[in-house]
Design a protein around this ligand. Structure first.
Ligand code: ADP
Length: 306
């Protein structure tokens, strides 16, 4: 690895480390500032964007190795309040990588078929294969967020009343920790991103969806309804992160009031995590070298034919 790459990874570690939660027990959402921009100020935005561009180049190289090595898979989970910039962060950060090695799945309100299975089922079927990066835009975490904020969602899940006790949320946290441990033990790197936007910035973004015609399509009245449950959602996020942030599957609580900074942190966290996998292109052994040599001979001969 050259010095420039080493320095980039050092920077990524520093940036990501600031926002990583891998032991949730003391986590408090109010200790994190949605307007934080790390060691950059709004005036340094161009420098930040340059850092993002570098991070994306590193990411593309690492993804190629991940794919070629075919040993690990990577699951990136994005959760956020509406308008926090999940879609934009996914689009920007992943824009340089080979689409063949990456798949994005968005999880909306479960279908009737999905409701006939346990809540992890629909996510299991979308897990990334070895060598791939899977991105979940929302995920099984909705089961301790929207389902907790709206009792009617839990009530519609066809669970027998004897299964819906006061323990249901801690049982779900338990299931999630177990599931993520299983993934980690079997070669899936799991990173979870909570894009943390302030209520004021969400209001500004909703208003811009009304004011700017090219953003009108993004507006949904349901988002304004959900905003009325802001406090409940913040509490649900805090409890979720407290109970599911582990070394196996850390949360990154990423300030989301400044989109440029959000994207830098997301890229830094992914670069740092991929670096920890020690990815490399598969080594060619003597038998394969002989096959390559044989292929060279045949192709060289073919050239003289035309
Ligand atoms: P997004 O808001 O992510 O851009 P949509 O506008 O399609 O995407 O909204 C998806 C909706 O599906 C959200 O309101 C979300 O809370 C809801 N949803 C996702 N998973 C579940 C679930 N397991 N149970 C109930 N609602 C869910």
């Amino acid at each position: 690895m050259d010095d420039k790459t080493k320095e980039l990874i050092r920077q990524c570690r520093k940036i990501a480390g600031r926002h990583r939660v891998d032991d949730g027990k003391d986590f408090r959402l109010k200790d994190t500032d949605p307007g934080d921009t790390g060691h950059w100020s709004e005036g340094d935005k161009a420098l930040g964007e340059e850092a993002l561009a570098q991070g994306k180049i590193a990411l593309a190289t690492m993804q190629e190795r991940l794919y070629a090595q075919d040993r690990w898979s990577v699951l990136l989970i994005f959760q956020a309040m509406d308008a926090a910039g999940k879609d934009g962060a996914i689009k920007h950060v992943m824009s340089g990588i080979n689409p063949q090695g990456c798949q994005v799945t968005a999880f909306g309100v479960p279908s009737a078929r999905e409701q006939d299975h346990t809540w992890l089922w629909r996510c299991m079927t979308e897990l990334p294969e070895r060598g791939r990066i899977g991105i979940f835009n929302r995920s099984y975490y909705e089961e301790t967020l929207v389902a907790r904020v709206h009792p009617k969602i839990l009530a519609a899940q066809k669970l027998a009343p004897s299964l819906v006790t006061d323990e249901i949320w801690s049982e779900r946290f338990d299931d999630i920790r177990g599931f993520e441990k299983h993934l980690a033990r079997n070669g899936t790197l799991v990173l979870k991103f909570f894009l943390h936007i302030s209520k004021g910035e969400q209001r500004r973004r909703f208003l811009s969806r009304l004011d700017e015609p090219e953003k009108n399509w993004k507006f949904r009245m349901g988002d304004v309804d959900e905003r009325e449950h802001w406090k409940d959602y913040q509490e649900a996020y805090e409890k979720t992160i407290r109970n599911t942030a582990t070394k196996d599957a850390p949360w990154f609580v990423i300030p989301a009031d400044h989109k440029w900074y959000t994207r830098i942190v997301v890229a830094a966290a992914i670069v740092e995590a991929l670096d920890s996998l020690d990815l490399h292109l598969p080594e060619v052994d003597d038998a394969q070298k002989a096959v390559l040599e044989e292929a060279r001979k045949r192709l060289t001969k073919a050239k003289t034919e035309s």
